[in-house]
Design a protein around this ligand. Structure first.
Ligand SMILES: [Zn+2]
Length: 113
């Protein structure tokens, strides 16, 4: 269960931040997920509710923002956006792409008390 361990990681970050930034409740978590991270948003939401039950983030709203992946196109010599692995370059149609971004998962914003 990929999503479950992700949620446990998120909760760990929230608990650490609550200590350093002195908040006691989390109301909203906005997550940025790279298009290539292969995360199922519904599974993530479900596991988030399970994992945060009885914690400082219980009942908080989870927002998921999918960020398009970036790849380097050799023929174009520049960065292009792709939706998934093995996509062609949207500019020249080439498959000589090197993925440089899109596997990340990070907390973009927190609403706390
Ligand atoms: Zn190209």
């Amino acid at each position: 269960m990929h999503e479950l361990s992700l949620c446990e990681g998120i909760l760990q970050i929230l608990e650490e931040q609550s200590r350093t930034q002195c908040f006691i409740r989390v109301h909203r978590v906005c997550l940025e997920i790279g298009a290539l991270a292969s995360v199922e948003p519904e599974a993530l939401r479900f596991n988030f509710d399970v994992v945060t039950h009885g914690t400082l983030a219980e009942g908080s709203r989870l927002e998921i923002v999918t960020v398009p992946a970036q790849a380097w196109c050799l023929p174009c010599g520049g960065k292009v956006s792709i939706r998934q692995y093995f996509d062609a370059c949207p500019q020249c149609g080439s498959h000589q792409l090197q993925v440089i971004e899109g596997e990340e998962l990070r907390i973009q914003q927190l609403e706390v008390e």
